[in-house]
Design a protein around this ligand. Structure first.
Ligand code: 5RP
Length: 227
């Protein structure tokens, strides 16, 4: 499907943002591929350009898509550092902090994002928020003691922690914690990092982000993070 065929304007925005970000990739680069319906279009655009690049993928879904389009996909350890990574987000706040993990790939996404010299986020304008939290905070949890882990998360202020059906590509559980609006994303991220059994959480701090490509009614623009 191309943008001309989208009946929902938001889907056209996802395609516009995803395709725009693909212009940051050049021949010979090592590239991190995120997961989701926006970065989907980045991957499609990279496949169309027939670039000679080495990619690493943040989910089996992305790996399959990239391979089906002729892109080379290798494990992260084969590449070490990445020149550029492109990924979606569920929420972006004014300090470039993100909520991620709506698609359940948060752990691999954080690993791959932190491998990137330049990490670029692609969103439609509905993802821009004043404060993180409305979306919920995705968690990947070790299946060993999910009830214990959930009560520790609730002790940090979550009104609920709901386990999703299915699991992650890593064989763990996925859950969503509801903290309401989050006043201190950095503090909450540190507290979640300290809970044994929380494999990863979906708060990505702004210093990871080089720029956000935003597509809206008026077209595509970029928010550049002067870290
Ligand atoms: C997957 C993610 C996605 O990047 C996020 O959910 C945004 O997805 P989409 O582009 O489909 O709206 O974090 O774990």
């Amino acid at each position: 499907m191309s943008s001309a065929e989208h009946h929902d304007p938001r889907l056209a925005q996802k395609e516009a943002a995803g395709r725009h970000a693909a212009t940051y990739v050049e021949d010979g680069m090592r590239v991190g591929l995120g997961t989701g319906s926006t970065v989907h279009w980045t991957i499609v655009a990279l496949g169309e350009r027939r670039l000679d690049i080495a990619c690493t993928a943040t989910s089996t879904q992305t790996e399959q898509l990239a391979r089906s389009l002729g892109l080379q996909v290798v494990p992260p350890d084969d590449l070490g550092r990445l020149d550029v990574g492109i990924d979606g987000a569920d929420e972006v706040d004014p300090d470039f902090n993100l909520t991620k993990g709506g698609g359940g790939a948060l752990t691999r996404e954080k690993i791959v994002g932190q491998m990137c010299e330049r990490w670029i986020v692609v969103v439609d304008e509905h993802k821009l928020v004043d404060q993180l939290g409305d979306f919920g905070t995705p968690l990947e949890i070790l299946p060993f003691a999910p009830g214990v882990v959930a009560s520790r998360v609730e002790a940090l202020g979550a009104s609920s922690v709901s386990i999703r059906p299915g699991g992650s590509d890593n064989g763990n559980l996925l859950a969503d914690a509801r903290f309401g609006l989050i006043d201190d994303p950095r503090g909450l991220a540190a507290s979640l990092d300290a809970i044994p059994g929380v494999v990863e959480h979906g708060i990505f701090l702004g210093e990871m982000v080089e720029r956000v490509v935003v597509a809206g009614d008026g077209g595509v623009h970029e928010l550049v993070n002067d870290r």
